[in-house]
Write a protein that binds this ligand. Structure first.
Ligand SMILES: [Zn+2]
Length: 414
């Protein structure tokens, strides 16, 4: 143990500084009162250390978001955040049909982002090449030093083995079998890489920045080409024993339904996912109809498109009711491309939950549309990277903090 004296006092201060920096990194922003509550340090200790960190330039004032989250009465407390010099994070979202890459600072402000449409499921090599190219582009567009990037969060539309950084072998993402996306990206980007399922990342983003801020028990239902879900239990992402919790798209809805890419029949996504909705509409609306077309038709009041979406909502609601019974969430957030249909999707979904869940669980749950839209997954990837990265505490506060912030690059996170 360290000797009693100025040395141990200094190490205590160092530990408290690290605690404050880590709390700001995990939260993105916080008031001094939040920091005292979250770290258990006294208000005066927080004040003193924050002043030192501000003088060093590592901590700066953060403008409160102009979205009504600030208190209604009185002057809102000053929010603090880490300065851009404390580090940046990269987020990569592989959807079924696009790659979306963004770079942000630790206040979660996006500095640049790019998307590229391609068939991600078919070829891992092609998708990884695009991701690396887009990463280079956002780093250049943000005009930042790549050495300042602390890590990358990566989302993929499939069952993920989080500890191995791989896709579970099976038929869901055949083009990714045998690929180690986390290791591959870590090597090519020279960054720590944290891989997770894209619906899990959407869930993380919506309860951190979106429609469910502060929710302890929530479910994020992603309805796009396929169907996925992310579960937040006790305020944390619930991944299950092997990382595949929330694979709601492949629960059975109709045993005699069409064969699914997973090998089963009549899975939820075969009955209510985007591809199923398009299949329903082809005979009446033409073979080349896209999900964007369907959303535009719904907005225009097209009765066939509205019927297809409403029927999907009803089918989704039955499966959501089972989750509501099993986990008793306070909130279900509906995201993904098809959530743009709004109440046309949500009303029948909600009706089905109230019809099929037990009344007490149905009464507890609020069903709402996500507010982050098609950025939810990439924002979740940035959030994951920010939470998992380390900010090194400058050894001597008061000097040039930016030169003392160490980087850890070139090591894959397992
Ligand atoms: Zn399936």
């Amino acid at each position: 143990m360290s000797p009693v004296g100025s040395g141990s006092l200094e190490s205590l201060r160092e530990r408290n500084r690290r605690e404050l920096l880590d709390t700001l990194r995990r939260r993105g922003s916080a008031s001094r009162a939040d920091l005292a509550r979250l770290t258990g340090l006294s208000r005066s200790t927080v004040s003193t250390l924050v002043s030192e960190l501000q003088a060093s330039g590592l901590v700066v004032d953060h403008e409160p978001p102009a979205d009504g989250r600030a208190p209604q009465q009185g002057r809102p407390p000053t929010l603090l955040t880490l300065d851009r010099s404390a580090g940046l994070v990269l987020g990569i979202d592989f959807g079924h049909e696009h790659v979306h890459v963004a770079i942000a600072d630790l206040s979660r402000t996006i500095l640049a982002e790019r998307t590229h449409a391609l068939d991600v499921d078919k070829s891992a090599a092609g998708a990884l090449d695009v991701a690396v190219r887009l990463a280079d582009e956002v780093i250049a567009a943000a005009n930042v030093d790549a050495d300042r990037i602390l890590g990358a969060g990566v989302g993929l539309s499939g069952p993920i083995d989080v500890s191995a950084g791989t896709v579970h072998t099976g038929k869901i993402l055949p083009g990714w079998a045998g690929v180690r996306p986390a290791d591959e990206l870590a090597a090519r980007l020279g960054l720590r890489v944290h891989l997770d399922n894209d619906a899990n990342l959407g869930a993380l983003a919506e309860v951190t920045l979106g429609a469910g801020i502060g929710a302890r028990d929530a479910m994020y239902l992603m309805v796009s080409g396929g169907v996925g879900a992310g579960l937040i239990l006790g305020g944390e992402l619930y991944r299950g024993s092997g990382g595949t919790a929330g694979e709601l798209g492949h629960v059975l809805v109709d045993e005699s339904g069409p064969i699914c890419r997973c090998g089963n029949r009549g899975c939820l996504e075969m009955m209510a996912g985007g591809r199923a909705i398009l299949a329903l509409l082809r005979s009446s609306h033409g073979d080349d109809i896209t999900l964007d077309d369907v959303m535009a038709l719904v907005a225009d009041g097209d009765s066939g498109a509205r019927r297809a979406i409403a029927d999907a909502g009803r089918i989704l609601g039955r499966s959501v009711a089972a989750i509501v019974n099993a986990f008793n969430p306070e909130l279900v957030i509906v995201g993904g491309a098809i959530s743009a249909a709004g109440d046309v999707l949500l009303d029948p979904l909600q009706e089905a939950v109230h019809r099929y869940a037990i009344p007490s669980a149905a009464a507890d749950v609020r069903i709402t549309r996500g507010v982050l839209g098609d950025r939810a997954e990439v924002l979740g990837a940035l959030e994951l990277a920010a939470r998992q990265s380390d900010v090194a505490v400058p050894s001597a506060i008061g000097g040039s903090a930016t030169t003392a912030v160490k980087q850890q690059r070139g090591e894959a996170h397992r």
